[in-house]
Design a protein around this ligand. Sequence first.
Ligand code: PMP
Ligand code: GLU
Length: 404
Amino acid sequence: MPEISKHNTPMNPLSDRINSLTTSQTLAMAALARELKAQGKDIISLSLGEPDFNTPDFIKAAAKKAIDENYSTYSPVDGYLELKEAICRKFKRDNNLTYTPAQIVVSTGAKQSLYNIAQVMINPGDEVILPAPYWVSYAEIIKIAGGIPVEVPTSVESDFKITPEQLAHAITPKTKMIWYSSPCNPSGSVYSREELTALSEIILQHDNLYVVSDEIYEHINFSGTFCSIASIPGMFDRTITVNGVAKAFAMTGWRIGYIGAPEVIAKACTKMQGQVTSGANSIAQRATITAVDADPSVLNDMVAAFQRRRDLVVGLIQDIPGMKINVPEGAFYVFPDVSSFFGKTLRGKLIQNADDFSMYLLSEANVATVTGDAFGNPNCIRFSYATSEEVLTEALRRIKEALA
Ligand code: PMP
Ligand code: GLU
């Protein structure tokens, strides 16, 4: 008798690929918080990373105009030429990078940009170095492509940044890429030009080693400096620069991300996208021209508000015995180390790890956070502080009380 496949029966119709995929913990926690709220619970959600501001009016006006001008048909797969030209101007203005439109691909969010890159660059068995903590979806996007994520751990003591020695040690003949974000989701850390130069020296010792530089939090940066690794001598041809409008322009739902990359990689991403989703939403693309052409100073008020919240939250967390925290220089997350609570019993509940800690905060403080495990650091939890100062103050008051 031939063996009956256990994978293709009505009982288990799903592929091994999806069965082995982990659900996005950020989205899962946000959904759980929403569900508990709908049941009438007074939940404060600090789980999802999305600005609580509205999309600026000048961008909304551009979208309305695009509808009236009938931008309602398929766009070119890699994006409207006018948008790609505007993105080139943005890369020049903000990052001193000279891309041509043929090196730009516009996608349905930076998430799709990252997915495209994984699909077109990673062969099964290729290793991808992830300085940990890393953004939740990197590891899974890499695994879907058959790649092997290789975590390089950091801690609150090293400001969650890797050293050149750690990088050199992690590289093997199978290493294909390094993926990182700066400002970092979830740690908020920002790599300086000097730090990136030192890492680049290691990278450039290896042929065929590429970097994904996720710069989606570029403008939400309080450090006063920002460096694109592609601008470091020798790195332009080794880097795929990923960015988008979701965070800086409070456009998470509009779903526009983009890359600047060596042309051969950009072309491959376009080929991939052409078979999967086609060009990104036409109206959102037209609005994005206005967004990326705007002087970044239009974001000053929003960034100042984030900085005030950062200061508030860091101060309140420093006031909670047992939590260790760095001072993040960008993005809108804090990532305290809560490992001093592991092994303790609070209100009859044993806290063994960051998952337990995060669930404890949900049940006892009614505050939703995300476990550090999801980001490759099992000692920490992530709070998004993209909400008002009043809400943040109340959330941290509840947490302090629940941990007392
Ligand atoms: N990269 C990082 C570091 C992020 O935090 C996010 C958050 N959504 C993304 C990429 C994806 O962005 P988008 O919403 O444009 O898909
Ligand atoms: N990037 C945000 C976060 O980390 C949005 C959620 C997501 O896309 O996973 O919370």
